[in-house]
Every structure is written in structure tokens, then in C-alpha cells.
Write a protein that binds this ligand. Structure first.
Ligand code: ADP
Ligand code: MN
Ligand code: MN
Ligand code: MN
Length: 414
């Protein structure tokens, strides 16, 4: 990670999980790839089409089992199954992997059990015979059936259990930053330097001088739609090379499953385009460049109905009373992003406001005008764990307490 200064790395030495970009890389050999048109697909279409043209046997499908590793990144491996197994997640067999290779189990008892939780259509292995190859979102257990400590899905599932009547929806805005394969030059940036124009023209932009990596985001968008992910949109972000997509609204635990699978698909698309993607919340610390977050939009059934605004405000007061607990699970390196600048609030101080993008939590103008709707928690970082974030929000707002009223900071429309 040479685009990040030594001082920056020092601040991250305590950051263990969910910081895919900050793990030291062993080799610098990728540097030689930069002149080789990174950002272009590395695949020779003639070679690939030879294999794409092969038909699949009618009694076999490929199932890619995906799980979350000890650092919050996705991993996967494939197996062959009969098509009937893919009809329902309950029909899919459990599987296992060598947890000693992912820091998820000791070497002398290394088997980790993969339990299938959600099925998606595999966009990377389309077939034309009416059957589907699949992606399977799994979570992880010991052979005795205990969730691993890194199985945050189990924590979230416990928070949602018994609250199905609340019909909680989450809409997650996943920001990400695309780099050349040297991992230090964001797409559209000059090697070793910075864009000549400051932030301003890049957000939702068009034109070759403003928009970088659209082909990657578009490919990911289509692949997610094909997979059955409830992706609701995409946009170019404020920092050149940074982009966003939104997943949702999704109900309860499904939000974490879909968001995790969307990250897996994004990484796979980046393999094809030979672009490096980081979810780090502040990939560029020098200069005046926005960080990356995962704003989380939330509503319960009661919030979406008449009188919902009152319920939204009470939920926000509860969030305010537990600010530090939430920040603790909202992603590593987030202190570099939540500075109070660049459309963020301070990490130390909870705030909320209508249409205020400098607040921790924002109520949209429409929600205020209609007296019902949803709120946006702007604090989670782009590398946060969506299971931990959704589960923590659920458990906090379901508590039967009257938290102290917090005055809104209705500052500006940004
Ligand atoms: P922003 O204006 O902050 O950029 P986006 O349009 O990027 O917001 O994302 C908003 C997300 O919130 C979308 O995924 C959308 O589907 C989701 N959303 C919309 N309505 C609700 C709701 N009632 N509850 C939860 N999420 C919602
Ligand atoms: Mn957005
Ligand atoms: Mn955004
Ligand atoms: Mn937002």
C-alpha cells in the first residue's frame, strides 16, 4: 500500500478487520502492469469464448459457496451439485473449508463448516438450458455447530429474531474506490500525482475528463441484477475514481446477505477488468478528497406509516445514546473519514438533522414533509460489516427505553 504514508499506516495498526486495502502486500511486481492498460479486461475474448460455448450436462450445476473470512473479505470455492439441490436453500448441503488457511480455525482442528443461507444466480457462469449455476451465501460454524467468533451473521440474526413483525428495511449505499493494479493510483489519476482539478466536477459526472471506471460499475450493476440482488442504483462519487451503488430496501438479515454478495460480485468484476478495488474509508489522506462510506437507510413498518416521524425521532435518540457502541462496529479506519469535513459528522459527537449531510443521522426532506418514511445513518464506513451494522441498529432501536431528546441540527441542504 504505497499510496498511503507511513504515518497513515501507523494509525491503522490497530485495525484488524474489514480493512481490505491496508494489509501489506508482499510483492511490488504489480507495478510493471500499470503501463499495460489497467482498467481494460485482461481476457482474450477468442480464448474465453471457446469455453463459454461448451454446454453444461443437464444433470449438473456449479455452486459457488461464498463466505466471509476473518478480515471481513469474501472467499469462495465451487462444487458440482444436481439441479434439485438449488431449489431451496434448505436443500443445499453443508460444506467445509480449511480454516487454518483463513485464520478462522487452529491448524490442529482446522475444519470450518459452511452453512448455506441464501441463493443467487451466478452471473459469471450463465447457461442457456434453463438451469442455473448458483452463488451461495454461507456462514461459518465449528464442527460442533457453534457459530465462529467471526460469524457476525449469527449475531445479526439473533438481533432480528422475534422482531419479524417490525418488517425492518435497510437500504445500504456502498461506496468504493477503484485503483490501477499498482494499488496506489486511483483510476483517472496521474501516476504519482493528483488530479489537476479539485473535487466538484466528478460527482454523478459524464465525460472522459470526469468519469472514471463507469464500465466497471455498470458491469457490476448488471451482474447484480442478473444474480437477483436488489440493487437499487449507482452513481459516480465526489472523489475521482470513487463510485457508489445501493442495495435495498431489503428486509432484516437479507440486507447483510445481499450486500455481502454484491461485494463478492464487485470483486469478481474487478478481476475481469483488472482493476483494484478498495473499500477503505479514506484511501487518500493527503489533499482534499472525500472518503467512502456505507450510509445505511432504515425504516420499520411503523416508521413508514402515519405518525412514523415520531417513531423515527425516538429511534434516533436511542442511537445517539449509544453512539460510541455503534462507532465501535461501524468499520475500521473510520476515524480518518468522520472528521466533520467532506459531508461527514465528527466521530466523537452524535448529531442529527433534516437534509443535513454534515450530521451523523439524516432525515430526508420527504420524510419530514410526509411525517413518515425512513432515516439515514451516515456513520458506517465503506468497509463496515453490514451484518454488524444492521444487527446493531436493530438491537438499539428495539430497546424499550426512553432516550434523552436530542435537538436537530437542521443546517443546510447539501
Ligand atoms: P442518498 O440520497 O443518501 O444518496 P441513495 O438514493 O443513494 O440515497 O440510497 C437510498 C437507499 O435507501 C436506496 O437503497 C433505497 O432503496 C433505500 N430506501 C428507500 N426507502 C427506504 C425505506 N423506507 N427504508 C429503508 N431504505 C429505503
Ligand atoms: Mn447515495
Ligand atoms: Mn454517496
Ligand atoms: Mn446517503
Amino acid at each position: 500500500m504505497k499510496f498511503i504514508s507511513a504515518a497513515f499506516l501507523a494509525t491503522l495498526s490497530t485495525a484488524a478487520a474489514f480493512a481490505p486495502s491496508v494489509q501489506p502486500r508482499a510483492s511490488t511486481s504489480l507495478n510493471v502492469l500499470l503501463p499495460k492498460q489497467t482498467g481494460q479486461s485482461a481476457l482474450d475474448p477468442a480464448v474465453i469464448s471457446k469455453y463459454d460455448a461448451l454446454s453444461f450436462p443437464a444433470d449438473k450445476i456449479m455452486a459457488e459457496y461464498v463466505w466471509v473470512d476473518a478480515d471481513g473479505n469474501t472467499r469462495s470455492k465451487t462444487r458440482t451439485l444436481t439441479p434439485d439441490k438449488a431449489e431451496a436453500v434448505e436443500n443445499l448441503p453443508k460444506w467445509n473449508f480449511d480454516g487454518s488457511s483463513t485464520n478462522q480455525a487452529p491448524g490442529d482442528d482446522s475444519e470450518v463448516i459452511l452453512k448455506p443461507q441464501a441463493i443467487f444466480t451466478d452471473p459469471f457462469r450463465p447457461r442457456s438450458d434453463g438451469l442455473k449455476n448458483i452463488l451461495v451465501m454461507c456462514d461459518t460454524y465449528t464442527p460442533a455447530g457453534e457459530p465462529l467468533p467471526t460469524n457476525t451473521r449469527a449475531i445479526a440474526a439473533a438481533a432480528f429474531e422475534g422482531h419479524e413483525d417490525e418488517e425492518i428495511w435497510f437500504g445500504m449505499e456502498q461506496e468504493f474506490t477503484l485503483f490501477n493494479l499498482d494499488e496506489k493510483t486511483p483510476l483517472g489519476w496521474p501516476q504519482g500525482g493528483m488530479p489537476s482539478r479539485p473535487q466538484g466536477p466528478y460527482y454523478c459526472s459524464v465525460g472522459p475528463e470526469n468519469s472514471f471506471g463507469r464500465h466497471v460499475t455498470d458491469a457490476m450493476y448488471k451482474a447484480c441484477l442478473y444474480a437477483g440482488i436488489n440493487i437499487s442504483g449507482t452513481n459516480g462519487e465526489v472523489m475521482p475514481g470513487q463510485q457508489e451503488y445501493q442495495v435495498g430496501p431489503c428486509v432484516g438479515i437479507d440486507a447483510g446477505d445481499q450486500l455481502m454478495m454484491s461485494r463478492y460480485i464487485l470483486q469478481r468484476v474487478c478481476e475481469d477488468f483488472q482493476v483494484y478495488c478498495t473499500l477503505h474509508p479514506k484511501p487518500i489522506t493527503e489533499g482534499d478528497w472525500n472518503g467512502a462510506g456505507m450510509h445505511t437507510n432504515v425504516s420499520t413498518k411503523a416508521m413508514r406509516e402515519e405518525g412514523g416521524l415520531d417513531i423515527i425521532k425516538k429511534a434516533i435518540y436511542k442511537l445517539g445514546a449509544k453512539h460510541a457502541e455503534h462507532i465501535a462496529v461501524y468499520g475500521t479506519g473510520n476515524e480518518l473519514r468522520l472528521t466533520g469535513k467532506h459531508e461527514t459528522a465528527s466521530i466523537d459527537q452524535f448529531s442529527f438533522g433534516v437534509a443535513n449531510r454534515g450530521a451523523s443521522v439524516r432525515i430526508g426532506r420527504d420524510t419530514e414533509a410526509e411525517g413518515k418514511g425512513y432515516f439515514e445513518d451516515r456513520r458506517p464506513s465503506s468497509n463496515c460489516d453490514p451484518y454488524l451494522v444492521s444487527g446493531k441498529i436493530m438491537s438499539t432501536i428495539m430497546e424499550d427505553v426512553d432516550a434523552p431528546v436530542i435537538e436537530g441540527l437542521n443546517r443546510e441542504e447539501a
